[in-house]
Design a protein around this ligand. Sequence first.
Ligand SMILES: Nc1ncnc2c1ncn2[C@@H]1O[C@H](COP(=O)(O)OP(=O)(O)O)[C@@H](O)[C@H]1O
Ligand SMILES: [Mg+2]
Length: 289
Amino acid sequence: MTSEAFILCENLVKIYKVADLEVVALQGIDLTVQSGEMLALVGPSGSGKSTLMNILGGLDTPTAGRVSVGNYNLLEMTRREQVLYRRREVGFVWQQTARNLLPYLSAQENVELPMALDGVPARQRSQRARALLEQVGLGARLRHRPDRLSGGEQQRVAIAVAMANQPRLLLADEPTGEVDSEAAEQIFNTLRAFNRDHGVTIIIVTHDASVASRVDRVIGMRDGRTSTEIVRRRAEDGQIASADEYAIVDRAGRLQLPQAYLEKLGIAERARLKLRHDHVGVYPDRQNE
Ligand SMILES: Nc1ncnc2c1ncn2[C@@H]1O[C@H](COP(=O)(O)OP(=O)(O)O)[C@@H](O)[C@H]1O
Ligand SMILES: [Mg+2]
């Protein structure tokens, strides 16, 4: 791979055991993310997006494979390292607005809490919390409790909470899933601003096509694997100059073709391959007809 990756997943596997059933939630994910990237993770329900986010957030441990974020090897963390990792290296924003904030604390107190847990002195906490709430556009709502804020405002407080200890990684699992499109726009812009101004690496799980269309890289997941990737290039003026679509090829050479391509060409079960000097042709298996 290229220069030191910030996030590195290699053949990452997660198996949940439920009674005597095994659910393979991640089937060998390979993923590299550079520091400062902002990327979206998309895919059907059950494809493993939240599982991957929970592993990257240090909330769940993988069954096998390798995964590291910065200097942390997430597979071999001690309990203490895990606590520090969650407190300092990574911030999390959940879809359910209620899950992000404590209901009996004001916006400012919510943002101060992770700093208090990390031993930041009171004055510094209070200053930083105010600055963060101003950055997310809620400087006039410091003393409001969550129930007096709209869903979109609560999510922006949640972003301020997630950024409180200046993590290098921000994970947002469907942060705009429960708000209207105008609030979603503000949430996205807030995330974008933190990425641009503070260089925080951001991964957003989203079903929202307009969010996915405005990040530089979109990773598609399917059945516990990364399947496709869209990479956008920007011209000098910031406008999107081109968008290239890729299929991910894993270490074993497996590649997933988009469902739409399979349907269009009637490819099922097997395809004929032809190696050309600079590409591989994939053809329907006409012998089946
Ligand atoms: N705690 C769990 N116990 C058992 N199975 C789980 C658990 N969490 C997720 N799964 C299963 O793992 C698969 C991937 O789930 P998830 O990561 O939540 O997908 P997504 O976020 O893409 O909808 C699904 O089949 C789901 O049922
Ligand atoms: Mg999910």
